[in-house]
Ligand binder design. Structure first.
Ligand SMILES: [Fe+2]
Length: 382
């Protein structure tokens, strides 16, 4: 056994934690760039709560609210320019994965030369402005890892940029902030968290500490996501916020697999919301990995409390896959990639994008699918 586990982020969990943002910001910097999406932080009141706390503690702030759903490297570069011009010494990301990942990218790009796309493609750099992250969805888990997913519009590559410098100093996980999500967003962000948990568990890089997090997150999400989507239920919101942070931490250590690898081109080419894009690919992905991961999938079936007593590992693994398919269907998520506009003749282009840009996700995948297998998974998902 050979692994490392590194999460240098102070994570504060609890209802109302956003009120402490100013206190922690004051301990880190003098002036903050607050990074949000275009409207929801304003509409839901979360930006107002953050602003109040910053002002109470005498922290100056400027707003960058240009984040799009699948953030572009060019948007990050614009935010970095504003960060430099405004002479901020701290970046605060408030929102879903897009806002937090943009904040991470800006914190890095503000103090490194040249466009962020170069670093996403492998140029080295090691410093960033300090970060505070405040999730308002229960999905990405970005608050607990050093990954920022971004799309380079010049190449259509949607990739995770990883750097030690973009771990948040402090993450405030406040489940109350997730209560304003509409059911559709709760479902799509929640299924993203579920696949972070499942893929990090199945990943060839899984390890004892991340496995504990992955399995607990699978258990919590399987039980609580339908409740969070269908009812105004505080406990299920709390459970989802906790699980998404756990799963985010797990992928930071052990990565994701081909399912995320195959989804990214759907976001790049068709603008598929990330969680919705994962849903219709899950069946083909799980059927591909099953022969290599039967023990783990049987354990997943057990964690999900499925009736598997007396069943062989093979059958128990199948039950787990069926339960995931049922979960996706019950949440009303897409079950075919044609929903986003993908056609049979696009499969070559999608698989080529995976081959070019998602090599690390494929390398983490049990069974290491080759180009033909990737194509087959897309075809099965049409
Ligand atoms: Fe994801």
């Amino acid at each position: 056994m050979d692994f490392s586990f590194y999460v240098p982020t102070k994570i504060l969990f609890g209802r109302g934690k956003i009120k402490e943002a100013g206190f922690y910001a004051k301990g880190i910097g003098r002036k903050a760039l607050v990074v949000t999406g275009k409207s929801s932080a304003k509409k839901t009141g979360s930006l107002e709560k953050l602003a109040k706390s910053l002002e109470e503690h005498g922290v100056e702030w400027v707003l960058f609210d240009k984040v799009e759903p699948n953030p572009l490297t060019t948007t990050i570069d614009r935010g970095a320019q504003l960060a430099r011009e405004s002479k901020v010494d701290l970046v605060i990301g408030l929102g879903g994965g897009s806002a937090m990942d943009t904040a991470k990218g800006i914190a890095f790009a503000a103090v490194n030369d040249g466009p962020i796309a170069n670093y996403m493609e492998g140029k080295s750099g090691e410093k960033a402005l300090p970060l505070i992250l405040i999730p308002t969805t229960a999905g990405t888990g970005s608050e607990a890892n050093n990954i920022a997913v971004m799309t380079n519009p010049a190449t259509m590559a949607k990739k995770g940029f990883r750097n030690q410098s973009i771990f948040a100093k402090v993450s405030l996980v406040d489940p109350e902030l997730t209560e304003t999500m509409p059911p559709r967003v709760t479902a799509s962000t929640g299924i993203d968290a579920f696949f972070h948990a499942l893929e990090s568990y199945l990943s060839l890089k899984s390890q004892p500490f991340s496995e504990i997090l992955s399995l607990k997150a699978i258990e919590l999400i399987f039980e609580n996501l339908p409740k969070a989507v269908n009812a105004e239920d505080k406990e299920s919101r709390d459970a989802m916020a906790l699980a998404s942070t756990m799963a985010g931490m797990a992928i930071g250590q052990s990565g994701v697999c081909a399912l995320h690898g195959l989804e990214h081109p759907l976001s790049s080419y068709y603008g598929a919301p990330h969680g919705e894009g994962l849903a219709p690919l899950a069946k083909a992905f799980l059927r591909f990995v099953r022969p290599y991961t039967e023990d783990k999938l049987a354990k997943v079936a057990k964690i999900m409390k499925l009736p598997i007593e007396g069943l062989s590992k093979e059958k128990a693994a199948e039950k787990a896959i069926e339960a995931v398919e049922d979960l996706i269907e019950s949440l009303g998520l897409p079950t075919s990639i044609s929903y986003f506009g993908a056609k049979k003749e696009d499969v070559e282009k999608l698989a080529q994008n995976v081959k070019n840009y998602m090599v690390h996700n494929i390398a983490n995948t049990p069974g290491n699918p080759d180009y033909e297998k990737i194509k087959a998974m897309y075809l099965e998902s049409l």
